[in-house]
Write a protein that binds this ligand. Sequence first.
Ligand SMILES: [Zn+2]
Ligand SMILES: [Zn+2]
Length: 252
Amino acid sequence: MRNYVLDAHTHTLACGHAYNTLLELIEAASQKNLEMICLTEHAPELPGAPNALFFANYRVIPGKIKNVKLLKGIESNIMDVDGNTDIPMNYLDCIEIRSASLHTPTFKPLSKNENTSAVLGAIENPEIDFICHLGNPNYELDYEAILQQAKKDNTLIEINNASFFVRKGSKPNCSWIANRCKELEIPIIIGSDTHFASDIGDFPYVDQLLNDVSFPDELIINLETKRLIDYLEGKGRKLFADPRDAARELFS
Ligand SMILES: [Zn+2]
Ligand SMILES: [Zn+2]
């Protein structure tokens, strides 16, 4: 097993269908010696997800707790065939890392062309950093077109450990995607997509898959926190704002 130091995809009970607090996630991450986690809470259009002010107020949360660095982020929903998402645009500056996903409550599977168009639109959006769980067989997708676009736009591709047991049938798709990312030299980012704290930072299925396709370590973001920080700062993102500059003005 590689030494993964960060988990890029986690959820708390704020989303309505996960079961731990942020501090419980941090505690579990600390026990596993993770150096960083990304809180990528579900965006407002998913039923039960928090409203826009949840994200607006992120700056009150310290950027490091119990020696675990925290990036405060969002897993946005791809809403239409143009790839528009439900990121609260008024509060973009408060959200340090942003992913985009197809989820059935917010995007019913359409034709292969339409599904692909939706994902391509999200990839072309420079505010989006990575695309999640593309291996999901519920959505027929043109993976070649998607990965070519991700290469062109410098968008990361997630390999999601939970897909191997939550989204049945993902494995051959994830395998194809990982192999093609290797050939095209597209960096991948790994997420547990944990909805329960004990899963945090555990990527056994992804690790095996990466072995199977001889995936190069240099292209795995999760092996060094610097890789993710450099990627985001390279896009001009301001990270780890001082909580003393919190969103007081928002409510004053
Ligand atoms: Zn998701
Ligand atoms: Zn998720």
